[in-house]
Design a protein around this ligand. Structure first.
Ligand code: SF4
Length: 385
């Protein structure tokens, strides 16, 4: 199998071009086609000689993500379901900074990307792990989500018309002339445990951060983890200044053990020490993601433990009301219970927010669109036999 060209950094491409006896400016031209222009084929690289394009095609793959389905509309949260070259499916979610509440266009967008097909970590409330883990994403498949979403956003109106009300589009990738930056922030919180695919993720983020690549500032990139202690320590020692978010969802071992199997391997005490190490090495604000689930972690007796952790690590807490996942028994607490949890936390001097926007409902149920689509096509296949 050929190496995908979007898995290569500028240094690797320069070394290859040098070996071919080609001048360095040809690499700059190639990178301009791949990133600002986000092309989908070699033929579109019109200022590269034909012979070089043929040589590139012989040496590298240029695989694109194929859009299967999308939900949402312009200036609300948009969820994309992609098919990869081996047929596996993943999701990405685009969240506008201002979700069009007053009818104006939003100029800043955060993209939530996936890092694995499925997930092995089996958090009890999550759809992504329901069918288990299939594989890690390659560097180019992580980078490719940003490029593909930006291409789609450029052509969004025609795509919406083609999709109709069902949100099913099944469209081949189309390159755009270029080049408005659509994605300004990245959160690595989609399907999969990001730090379980450490090497590919870090390389992809370096490409997305590079001025010759995605051009997204390191401080605008947040990596989330359910609590992989060794990798948090490894990340603390990286020179890049990516942000860290811990998917905490419980402030005691009792609660975390109940809903997050990872806590049995890396209990809170170890997680806290790894976060303290990260804090000391990177000295930047980290975030605790805390999904409020009725009867599981929304009792006020969690607040003192959560507040102690947040104060020690100078972490901000994001409270997220749970979004129901088909087939799972959990529900979100009432609005008044959510507000009471927030108020109790604030009273303890913790910086925290409660997500209230209705437009974000589809993002917390990450993994559901893939699950439903895969099950539908399995059922359809069975029906045809
Ligand atoms: S919450 Fe994250 S780590 Fe846990 S099962 Fe879902 S995708 Fe995996």
């Amino acid at each position: 199998m050929l190496t995908d060209i979007r898995s290569q950094d500028a240094g690797e491409l320069k070394a290859q071009f040098e070996q071919w006896g080609l001048p360095a400016y040809r690499v700059d031209q190639l990178l301009t086609w791949l990133y600002p222009h986000r092309v989908t084929s070699w033929e579109q690289m019109s200022n590269l000689p034909k012979a070089l394009r043929a040589r590139l095609a012989e040496h590298y793959a240029l695989n694109n993500l194929f859009l299967v389905r999308k939900q949402g509309s312009r200036d609300t949260t948009r969820k994309y379901l992609w098919r990869l070259v081996d047929g596996a499916m993943i999701e990405s979610v685009l969240i506008p900074a201002n979700p069009g509440l007053y009818g104006e266009a939003s100029d800043r967008h955060t993209l939530c990307v996936s890092t694995q097909v499925g997930c092995a970590y089996g958090c009890r409330f999550c759809a992504s792990g329901l069918d288990g883990w299939k594989r890690n994403l390659g560097v180019e498949e992580i980078v490719g989500q940003v490029l593909a979403v930006e291409r789609e956003e450029e052509t969004v109106d025609e795509a919406d018309a083609a999709a109709g009300s069902a949100g099913i589009v099944e469209s081949a990738p189309v390159a755009v002339a270029l080049a408005e930056r659509v994605v300004s922030n990245l959160v690595i919180m989609g399907m999969g445990e990001p730090l379980a695919n450490y090497q590919n993720l870090l390389k992809a983020l370096k490409i997305l951060n590079a001025s010759w690549g995605g051009g997204i500032g390191a401080r605008k990139i947040t990596i989330s983890t359910s609590g992989l202690v060794p990798q948090i320590r490894q990340l603390a020692d990286e020179p890049h200044q990516f942000r860290l978010a811990i998917s905490l969802h419980g402030a005691t071992d009792e609660v975390r053990n109940r809903i997050m199997p990872v806590n049995r391997k890396y209990p809170l005490k170890d997680l806290e020490e790894a976060c303290a190490y990260y804090r000391q090495k990177q000295d930047r604000m980290m975030t605790f993601e805390y999904t409020l689930i009725e009867g599981v972690n929304d009792a006020l007796d969690q607040v003192p433990a959560l507040a102690r952790l947040a104060r020690r690590l100078r972490a901000k807490v994001n409270l997220i009301p749970y979004n129901r996942v088909e087939g799972l028994p959990w529900t979100r607490p009432s609005d008044s219970a959510q507000e009471a949890f927030l108020a109790a936390l604030e009273k303890q001097g913790v910086s925290c927010t409660l997500r209230r926007e209705k437009g974000h409902d589809i993002d917390a149920a990450c993994g559901q669109l893939r699950l439903r689509t895969e099950r539908e096509s399995r059922d359809a296949g069975e029906g045809q036999d």
